[in-house]
Design a protein. Structure first.
Length: 129
């Protein structure tokens, strides 16, 4: 299957970072949008998406946290993943235009969003190995 050591986890969730930073390469960013953009850049740099950039039932303007796993695939472009990540960035922008993600969630609510994001990652990591 996949080698966990080669996978890259891109996140803006400090709980995800702390849990996985010693198991695989983890890039910690500040915002959801930065996670999508870095994921896109890596897909253009011949990585594939191992997780969907909009996983979970939360809309892109409801949660401030997102984690995406990518994997180096070699020398060929992956048009399917390029189209997917570009569409996710577009969708994120559309939702931000409708209603921006709140920047001042109560600490407990923000922690709940971190837990949801972490659970998505926890669910996929065993399937990678």
């Amino acid at each position: 299957m996949w080698e966990l050591e080669k996978a890259v986890l891109i996140t803006n969730n400090d709980r995800v970072y702390e849990k996985y930073r010693e198991k695989m390469r983890v890039i910690l960013l500040k915002t959801y949008e930065e996670v999508l953009i870095r994921s896109r850049d890596m897909v253009y740099d011949r990585h594939i998406l191992l997780t969907h950039p909009q996983a979970s039932s939360l809309k892109p303007n409801q949660t401030p946290y997102r984690s995406v796993v990518v994997y180096p695939q070699g020398t060929e472009d992956n048009m399917k993943d390029i189209m997917l990540i570009e569409k996710c960035i577009e969708t994120f922008g559309q939702w931000q235009n409708i209603a921006k993600t709140p920047e001042d969630y109560d600490e407990k609510v923000a922690d709940d969003f971190k837990t949801i994001d972490l659970s998505v990652v926890d669910n996929i990591i065993p399937r990678i190995c």
